[in-house]
Design a protein around this ligand. Structure first.
Ligand code: VL7
Length: 138
């Protein structure tokens, strides 16, 4: 399923994460700490269930889903929202639509230049993150 995306990935760039957090309604205090974080992604797939862990020194966030099946997502420790989420393949991109209080919220993952790409979007704000595969997994 998400084979190409699986592995441990270290953040190398993070553009407009603050704008994305403003759109989510995250407090200034939390945003100031959050923009400095070097995030890590651990993506695994087992028996058709995909698990994406976002790890950092401040917070960790785990999301598990089956592609094509809507699920209830709670963004606990982040912006603390209840969402109806759905992840689908759109060509080579793994795309998540997150229905809740915010319009046009979601994310997309894909591989480009051998790196894991992520776009996080909410109400017109787009955050672009790039992750490099952990050296020992290359
Ligand atoms: C999840 C969080 C900002 C509050 C803390 C920052 C801690 C590390 O949705 C995400 O990942 C998807 C796609 O990979 C899978 O769940 C990104 C991190 C963005 C939004 C809210 C800031 C507080 C960051 C957990």
């Amino acid at each position: 399923m998400a084979a190409g995306l699986c592995g441990t990935w270290d953040m190398v760039s993070n553009v407009n994460f603050d704008g994305y957090m403003v759109a989510l309604g995250v407090s200034t205090t939390l945003r100031k700490a959050a923009v400095k974080l070097k995030q890590k992604k651990v993506i695994e797939e087992k028996g058709g269930v995909c698990c994406i862990k976002t790890l950092s020194a401040l917070r960790n966030y785990t999301c598990s889903f089956t592609v094509g099946h809507q699920f209830d997502e709670v963004t606990k420790g982040l912006d603390n929202q209840r969402l109806k989420s759905l992840v689908r393949w759109e060509g080579e991109k793994l795309v998540c639509e997150q229905i809740g209080q915010k319009q046009n919220r979601g994310w997309a993952h894909w591989i480009e230049d051998g790196k894991l790409q992520l776009e996080l979007f909410c109400e017109g704000q787009v955050c672009r993150q790039v992750f490099r595969k952990k050296e020992s997994e290359k």
